[in-house]
Structures are given as C-alpha cells and as structure tokens.
Design a protein around this ligand. Structure first.
Ligand code: GP9
Ligand code: MN
Length: 431
C-alpha cells in the first residue's frame, strides 16, 4: 500500500548520496559492456598456483590505470544466485529471502531498470547468454527490464563439444556474440553472461591450461582451471574489442556474480588462502567479488570503499550522467564523496553485515581485524552496531515489500516512461 511506499521514499532519500563531480557524466554516451564473470571471487585476483597467475588477463584489467577496481566489494546474493546478482545490478533491489525475484516476480512486476532507463536515452540494449532463454525466467524478466534484445542459446551455432555444464563454453559464446554486437546501433548497453566457470568446475582436457589445486576437495580443485579458461575467453574478447575500436569508446564493467566455493568447504578454503583454519569472519571476507570499471581517460586505481552489488546501478548511472535522484534504489553511488554513516554497511541476504568498522556474522560482532568483540563494545560502539543492524534489516525489508507488493507500479520517476513489455520479443526469426 501507499504507506509502504512512503517508508520506501524516506529510506531512499536518507540513503542517497550526491554524485561525485569528478565522475558524474564521465561515461555519458559511451557504449557499456557488462561482463558477467561467473562464480568469480576476488581472491582469484593475482592468485597463483605453482607460481603461475591463474587469471593474468583479468589481473591486468584490474590493475590498469584506467580501471577503477574495488577490493572491498561483496556479493549479496541469496538462493537466486546469478538471478539475484542480475536483479541487484540492474534494478538496485535485493533478491528475496528465498527463491528468486526473476522467477517469481520478473514476468508481472513493474521495474525501472538500467536497460529501460538507457533505452529512453537513445541506447540500444541487449543481453547475451549461452544457456536456454528461459533459465531464471530471463526471457520474461528482460521484457520487464526493457531489454530490446536477448540473444540466448537459439542464436548460437551449437555442436556436440561446444557445450559444458549450463551452456556454451565461454570462448565459443563470446566469439559468436561478436556478430550480434556488430549489429547493435551505438551507443549500446550490452550484458554478456559467461557460464563455464560454474560448479562443478569441469572442463575438457584440451581446454585445461593450468594445474588443479591440491586441497583434495573434488568440488574445489577444478575451480582454478575453469577460471583460467574464463580468463582466456576474456583475453580473446578484449582483443576483438580492440580490433573493432570498441575498447576505446566503451565503458567496460566486469563483476563476479557470487562465490564459486561455498562455506561448506572451510578446510579447502583455508588451504587455498594459506591459513591454518578460517573463521566466520574470514568466510564473510571470502564473499568478495571483483567490481571493475574500465574506460579510456578514467582516473583508475584500487578503491577500498566497502560496497556490494546493490550499489552498482547508482554508481553506473552517475558515471553515465543519468540523473537518478528520484528513482527507487536500495544502493548508492560508491564513488560519491558525500558519505553518510551507513554508506559502507554492506548487507547480506541473511541479515548479516560487514563494514569497515564492525561486522555482524551470526550472533557475533567482529572488529575489522576479525576479532570477536561481541561483549567488549562500549555503549557508544554498541549504539553504532545497533544502528547498522537497524539499517540492514530496514533496507532488506523495504526491498522485499517493493518486490512482493509490486510497489513500483504505483510510482513512475519523472522523465521515465513506463516499460511496455509487449513491445519486446526475443524469438529468433529465420532472417
Ligand atoms: C544459467 C546460469 C547459472 O543460465 O546463469 O546460474 P547460477 O546457477 O549461477 O545461479
Ligand atoms: Mn552464477
């Protein structure tokens, strides 16, 4: 009801931060590539096996002087995994406590999502993925988000050994995506969702180019091999972008959607990290994923701001110079200098949170060195933690109300045209 919407606006207003003048509009009119690195965790950056970098291309991209790279950026997904990541990144709304927004609400709900906002500013928009179009209900959700094009498996030439796991192997997928990218009117917004680096991390012999790790945990040790394969596919794709002249006139965003190695493997994780054992705090830090923004002329560097997937849309909209101060977003611009006391409190879907000061994991409070301080906080410190907890609970609950009540149908931001889902169709015609 409209009372809920009032609470939403109150929260959004308080949470909003002013754009950074150094970055606002820097990417205005540029093509945008959103490159989804499946199950790619931050620890892989600069990680070595037997002295050899696992992902040299992504490492180079991460350290490029024109790349803003976040090293305290967390995945915030729940059961909806990839779909939760997509939902957060393109709508700045959370996934649900259980299930998936895209599956349960993607068809029917009203959204004010990235693709629609950009289409209304002259962009063409497309999502690319080498799995069947209906997975995670993408074929319906993308219409609600305003995607003009969705190139799923039907659009790709397929052969017996082209696929592994959930779909086309990344090299084949990215290579074949080129002919569709070339047809997109510029400027465009293009999302490419890779999938080979997905559990159970199996790869055909001929594509293996690095040794497995040796934790003896069968579901862990192949991870670096599929990550290496993903890295090589990115190398080939970047080569193409450079040859096509797209590298220089695009903003290229890369992100990891969620963990690849779950909390159920603490022993193996400890070994990978060169530790005796891992605490709950270590496991929370293990939820970091890369978030990198590359563009010619961008003043890059490693940014230590704490943030998560919910913050991507406001960050990118500001870079693109898209005014978004009346849109409903749960996150905020990570490049803003106008920080408020909650700006760096990062919620997990289960109500836990991390921040540069205190983190709450389960029933325990940790300081930023990973020490348990639950019963050692001063009154003042306890007050701060309580405020963080309230912020997190409120943010998640409001997001859930928006989604389950379809509240955005009652509100259209100024200058935004309600998405007409019926105008999109993704069926491959034989033209
Ligand atoms: C399938 C792919 C996998 O299309 O996106 O999703 P995930 O299992 O990572 O949620
Ligand atoms: Mn995924």
């Amino acid at each position: 009801n409209s009372g809920d919407l009032d609470d939403v606006f109150k929260f959004v207003k308080k949470n909003r931060t002013a754009p950074n003048v150094q970055y606002f509009g820097k990417a205005k009119g540029k093509n945008v590539f959103m490159i989804h690195l499946e199950s790619f965790q931050q620890f892989l950056i600069d990680y070595k096996v037997n002295g050899e970098e696992v992902t040299p291309t992504i490492n180079k991209f991460y350290h490029d002087q024109n790349t803003i790279s976040f090293d305290n950026f967390f995945n915030q997904v729940g059961q909806g995994k990839t779909s939760d990541a997509e939902t957060m990144l393109e709508t700045s709304l959370y996934g649900l406590p259980s299930g998936s927004v895209m599956t349960s609400y993607g068809t029917s709900n009203t959204f004010q999502a990235m693709p629609a906002m950009l289409e209304q500013r002259g962009y063409s928009t497309a999502s690319f993925h080498g799995d069947v179009g209906s997975f995670w209900n993408r074929d319906n959700t993308y219409k609600s988000w305003g995607y003009q094009n969705y190139f799923s498996k039907d659009y790709y030439k397929d052969k017996a050994d082209y696929e592994i796991g959930y779909g086309l192997k990344d090299k084949i997928f990215l290579k074949q995506s080129v002919k569709y990218i070339e047809q997109l009117p510029q400027p465009f917004y293009a999302k490419l969702i890779t999938v080979t680096n997905h559990y159970p991390y199996e790869l055909d012999k001929k594509n293996q180019s690095i040794e497995k790790t040796t934790t003896k945990d069968a579901t862990v040790d192949g991870y670096v091999q599929t990550a290496r394969y993903l890295d090589q596919s990115i190398a080939e794709f970047i080569d193409y972008l450079k040859k096509a002249g797209l590298y220089d006139n695009s903003m290229i965003v890369m992100y990891g959607d969620h963990y690849g190695i779950s909390d159920n493997h603490p022993k193996a994780i400890a070994q990978l990290l060169g530790k005796k054992s891992v605490s709950s705090y270590d496991l929370a830090m293990f939820q970091k994923v890369p978030f990198m923004i590359h563009m010619n002329g961008l003043q890059g560097g490693i940014n230590h701001t704490y943030g998560g997937e919910i913050d991507v849309m406001p960050t990118l909209l500001d870079l693109l110079g898209v005014k978004n101060n009346d849109t409903v977003q749960m996150g905020h611009d990570l490049l803003s200098e106008d920080v408020n006391s909650m700006s760096q409190t990062v919620a997990f879907r289960n109500g836990n949170f991390v921040s540069p000061t205190y983190s709450k994991i389960g029933s325990k409070i940790y300081d930023n060195q990973g020490k348990v301080v639950t019963d050692k906080l001063s009154k003042e410190q306890q007050k701060q933690v309580d405020e963080q907890q309230d912020f997190v609970s409120n943010q998640l609950a409001l997001s859930d109300k928006i989604v389950t009540g379809d509240l955005l149908r009652f509100y259209t931001p100024k200058g935004f045209d309600k998405v007409d889902k019926t105008k999109y169709t993704y069926k491959k015609s034989d033209a």
